[in-house]
Design a protein around this ligand. Structure first.
Ligand code: FAD
Length: 309
């Protein structure tokens, strides 16, 4: 069982950044510049999302290549299997392999928007994991998605945990969660995850708060609860972006502290939304930028899934 840290300061944690694929070529170039700048903050890895089909998925491969081979960032590539034939999956994996990328977040992807059946060769993320393991053995570290507050297609939380266990048993090395703001619920969920025998690292997905409308929209879209003290703090200043960001930073930083103090979390994964400021403010608040020293970090600065629990 993970040990809770006894001092009032939480133990330092490592961190990583998620970026999504921009829509325009200019957006891609801007993102490379941003990734290059954020590299100096010392993330343990970065990851790039996958949008199935067409130009955007090719761009994911291209961006993984640039991040891993040119910028020298340890990169994790998301890969979804909705509407993906095996040939396309093979192509994506081959390109990731050639880029030197060794980390894949294996996902099913959201169902087709028009309500039709997926035309892909794999039904669930677990099928993709099995395929990657069969084809590449242990070359890739494989991550899976998890939902501490539930998934829209599965109303039974116990069953959702069983499906998570199934994904882990198929060969996953780490878990990254959906965003959330309710630390207590997350900590309780972690205890259930451990109780059913899942022992790989759990990495919480942290969504910084930059504006009130984006905060509300994303929480609603992800169907996650907003604790009352978040609303009480942010609602009165909702028209002042500067204050929302200041107060939001404090709220999210306090949540991160609680997660690390719980002992379940040694690594924080930031949904940057391709922006720097709000993430950097949290890292500064947590004292994770300038003070970070490898010997102070629980388990060292290696990838979270290479650390022993
Ligand atoms: P699965 O684990 O396959 O689960 C899908 C659904 O099927 C769930 O409701 C589950 O309960 C059910 N299920 C699972 N196994 C079984 C089974 N054996 N029998 C019956 N039912 C089962 N989407 C993108 O398109 N691109 C991205 O880059 C992306 N990145 C993400 C990153 C993170 C950290 C997270 C949390 C989500 C991300 N998503 C992304 C969204 C994700 O693709 C959707 O949430 C999707 O609906 C579920 O994907 P999954 O991999 O969790 O699927």
């Amino acid at each position: 069982l993970e040990q809770a840290h006894s001092s009032s300061n939480p133990p330092p944690a490592t961190f990583s950044f998620e970026f999504f694929v921009p829509k325009t070529s200019q957006g891609v170039q801007n993102l490379y510049d941003r990734m290059d700048r954020m590299y100096d903050l010392n993330p343990i890895f970065i990851d790039i999302t996958w949008n199935a089909g067409g130009r955007s998925s090719t761009l994911t491969n291209d961006m993984v290549y640039v991040a891993q081979s040119t910028l020298g960032l340890e990169t994790c590539m998301h890969l979804t299997c909705t509407n993906m034939k095996i040939e396309l999956i093979d192509e994506a994996l081959e390109k990731a392999y050639e880029s030197g990328c060794q980390n894949i977040l294996a996902l099913r992807g959201d169902p087709p928007l028009d309500g039709s059946e997926s035309t892909g060769d794999f039904k669930y993320a677990k099928d993709l994991i099995l395929y990657i393991r069969k084809k590449y053995g242990d070359h890739f570290n494989i991550g899976v998605a998890a939902y501490p507050e539930g998934h829209p297609e599965e109303g039974d939380d116990g069953r959702l945990l069983e499906y998570l266990k199934e994904k882990c048993d198929c060969g996953a090395n780490f878990i990254i969660t959906q965003m959330f703001y309710d630390a207590d619920n997350f900590i309780n969920w972690c205890s259930q995850v451990r109780k059913i025998g899942i022992d790989i690292p759990i990495i919480p997905g942290i969504m910084p708060i930059s504006t009130y409308s984006a905060f509300m929209r994303r929480a609603k879209w992800s169907q996650v609860a907003i604790p009352q003290h978040f609303l009480d703090t942010l609602e009165p200043v909702k028209d002042d972006d500067y204050l929302v960001r200041e107060k939001g930073t404090q709220l999210v930083s306090d949540m991160c502290r609680k997660l690390v103090e719980s002992g379940y979390v040694k690594h924080l994964h930031f949904y940057t939304m391709n922006l720097e400021r709000a993430t950097i403010m949290i890292l500064e608040n947590l004292n994770l930028i300038s003070s970070i020293k490898s010997h102070e970090i629980v388990g060292g600065t290696d990838l979270p899934w290479r650390k022993s629990l």
